[in-house]
Design a protein around this ligand. Structure first.
Ligand SMILES: O=C(O)C(=O)C[C@]1(C(=O)O)C=C[C@@H](O)C=C1
Length: 254
């Protein structure tokens, strides 16, 4: 959502952005699964070391701190994983009318995303082969992928805002009653979710194809299992997006 795009805010335009973000997530996944899990990266400090926490945490925190200095977290689309570790931006804030309610800043599910990523996603997508010692490169892929997942999931704030603006009378009573279940039901479109699952599986098949100059139409094993990508969206990406939507709506009238 670029600065000044408020007038173009519609459910269709927000969904178009979610569709484009699928490409980023799938390409980043393909990059990450070139490497095994590399568990040492997340578990222990690598010697010699005077850092606290895992090597991955260190790299991620330092990356965020640097990106924060150059304005990454001035964007309402970006949500930090380590908000307590950020430096002020040296880039001045662009003056544009905020699209989201100010309470949006307090909605951040990155702790959940990181936990699911390390403990459930990586074992599902990556081989458990021995560490290959490509720790820094693996972590760089992780950071890109986690930031893409986080951006997609927190886009739920924009989805919720547009749904609230389009159907204020329907949402308002449930927000006033702080009724999570009713909000969840109201914002859910099962047919859309089915389309998303099918589309990401198809994209995974196409993006993961081996491209050769040999014209014989031999089916080759793709770089990524399309069913796993569909499962990623079904079990984590869409439920977390909906959680963000509910959390945002609960605060929308504050
Ligand atoms: O497109 C929407 O309406 C959304 O809220 C996004 C989304 C998703 O995460 O893709 C989430 C909930 C809906 O049930 C359908 C799709």
């Amino acid at each position: 959502m670029a600065c000044g795009d408020d007038g173009k805010l519609s459910l269709d335009s927000i969904r178009d952005s979610l569709i484009r973000q699928e490409d980023t997530i799938i390409f980043n996944l393909i990059e990450r699964i070139k490497f095994p899990i590399n568990p040492t990266l997340y578990k222990q400090q690598l010697p010699p070391s005077n850092i606290s926490g895992s090597f991955f945490q260190y790299l991620f925190q330092e990356t965020e701190a640097l990106q924060s200095k150059v304005g990454r977290y001035l964007s309402p689309e970006e949500n930090p994983f380590f908000p307590d570790n950020l430096s002020d931006s040296i880039i001045p804030l662009t003056k544009c009318t905020p699209v989201l309610h100010p309470a949006a800043e307090s909605v951040n599910v990155n702790e959940k995303i990181l936990d699911i990523y390390i403990n459930q996603m990586l074992p599902l997508f990556c081989t458990e082969a021995d560490d290959d010692a490509n720790f820094a490169t693996t972590a760089a892929c992780d950071i890109q992928l986690l930031q893409a997942l986080s951006r997609r999931i927190h886009y739920g704030k924009f989805v919720a805002e547009v749904k609230f603006r389009d159907s204020t009378d329907e949402y308002k009573p449930f927000i006033l009653a702080q009724d999570r279940d009713a909000l969840m039901k109201l914002l859910t479109f099962e047919a859309v979710e089915e389309m998303v699952k099918k589309r990401v599986a198809k994209k995974a098949k196409v993006f993961g194809q081996e491209v050769t100059l040999n014209d014989s139409v031999e089916e080759m094993k793709g770089k990524i299992d399309p069913l796993l990508v569909s499962r990623l969206y079904d079990e984590w990406v869409m439920p977390l997006t909906k959680l963000v939507e509910v959390e945002y709506l609960l605060r929308r009238l504050d």
